[in-house]
Design a protein around this ligand. Structure first.
Ligand code: NAP
Ligand code: F7E
Length: 340
């Protein structure tokens, strides 16, 4: 029997890698996308085929986690075996500008989903497994290394919303016996990372500075330390969690800590540049409360799930820089052509 997966946040970085993984495993994949006045499916366009021309291995539905009724309708239609709940306003600094919306989508959106799944299971007698996208931001000010036993100390509206979603999930697991897993994932990046997150902001700038289309790069706190891994590796952990006999919560991380300054050093050096020649500090990018240091201890995921990252930190930086050098060169070539 073909397994059916439903992914919220399918158009995001993780959604795109997870879709590739599940399709390769033979799943029928359904994803929820938001209505937007511009196309917002660039990350999955290479996988999506017009269902009029080919079989629908990947099916998209319009929806929004602020709209519980719409989600219920999609759930009844799709009848998934597994749900991967990735949708969120995921930018930490922007969550200080939009706290109410961030909490509505991140915390209440998760509750809407859990309630819909609860009713669906009761009414249909079906069993649905659910993955909830938690974050190392929930640890916030708790000193590193952080693992599943570390007490949360969230430092942003985004992180508080994720903590609420985490406990909603545990409460539904304990109250109704649902198969729900919380993944506590540390920062994971890729050439598909949104361009306002610090790693991609840096590698995009490296590419453009090298191509001559950008001169300066404005950044905030260079001392913050993160545990950065490759997104393609982290979606495998999501899938593994839902294949276990029992639901549980897992930290997924590389176990290394690097500062933003370290990332700058490596990324600019990869392109033969010196970041000191190009970077300006701009207080606009500082946060009202910062998370200083995150380093995950993922021994549990490695021992129980057999999860292992394949891409090292230096390989990740190189992959992103090389991608963005090529992208900036293509942008310059098309700009020159347009002006020819
Ligand atoms: P992302 O690239 O920002 O993608 C977020 C996805 O959520 C996008 O598809 C976005 O749609 C969708 N979305 C946003 N608001 C929505 C709403 N109101 N209703 C429905 N969909 C909505 O994030 P990501 O890096 O893939 O991360 C996936 C999940 O893991 C998120 O929940 C994030 O908070 C969490 N997480 C990420 C990391 C990391 O380092 N990447 C680490 C820990 C946890 P649009 O494309 O239309 O914006
Ligand atoms: O910031 C510092 C900033 O925005 C990393 C999300 O995926 O991972 C992500 O959250 C660090 C912070 O990621 C700039 O102050 C300096 O200390 O790339 P970021 P994040 O806040 O760690 C977690 C795990 C998630 O769950 C989130 O969804 O870099 N920093 N200068 C900067 N950050 C940004 N964005 N822009 C700067 O100019």
């Amino acid at each position: 029997m073909t397994k059916i997966a439903l992914i919220t946040g399918i158009s995001g970085q993780d959604g795109s890698y997870l879709t590739e993984l599940l399709l390769a495993k033979g799943y029928a994949v359904h994803g929820i996308v938001r209505r937007s006045s511009n196309f917002n499916t660039q990350r999955i366009d290479h996988i999506y085929h017009d269902p009029h021309e080919t079989g629908p291995a990947l099916t998209l539905h319009f929806g929004d986690m602020a709209d519980g009724t719409g989600f219920r309708r999609i759930l009844e239609l799709v009848r998934p075996d597994e749900i991967y709940h990735l949708a969120a306003q995921s930018h930490v600094r922007i969550s200080f500008d939009m706290p109410e919306y961030t909490a509505d989508v991140g915390a209440l959106g998760t509750l809407r989903l859990l309630e819909a799944v609860r009713d669906h299971m009761t009414q249909s007698g079906r069993s649905v497994r659910v993955y909830i996208a938690g974050s190392s931001e929930m640890f916030g000010a708790a000193p590193p290394p952080q693992n599943e036993s570390t007490v949360f100390h969230p430092r942003s509206p985004y992180a508080v919303a994720k903590v609420a979603a985490h406990y909603f999930a545990i409460n539904y697991r304990e109250s109704y016996g649902h198969f729900i897993c919380n993944g506590i994932l540390f920062n994971h990046e890729s050439p598909r990372r949104g361009e306002t997150f610090v790693t991609r902001k840096i590698t995009r700038a490296v590419g453009r500075i090298r191509a001559g289309s950008q001169k300066r790069l404005a950044l905030g706190n260079l001392d913050a330390k993160r545990d950065w891994g490759f997104a393609g590796d982290y979606v495998t952990a999501m899938w593994l969690m839902l294949q276990q006999d029992q639901p549980d919560d897992y930290v997924v991380a590389m176990g290394e800590m690097h500062s933003v300054r370290d990332f700058l050093d490596m990324a600019f050096s990869e392109a033969g540049l010196h970041w000191q020649d190009h970077v300006d500090l701009d207080p606009r990018y500082l946060r009202p409360a910062e998370v200083d240091a995150l380093q995950g201890d993922s021994s549990k995921a490695r021992a129980q799930l057999g999860w292992m990252p394949r891409v090292s930190f230096p390989e990740l930086v190189k992959m992103m820089v090389q991608h963005d050098i090529n992208l900036a060169e293509r942008e310059m070539a098309s700009r020159n052509f347009a002006g020819a």
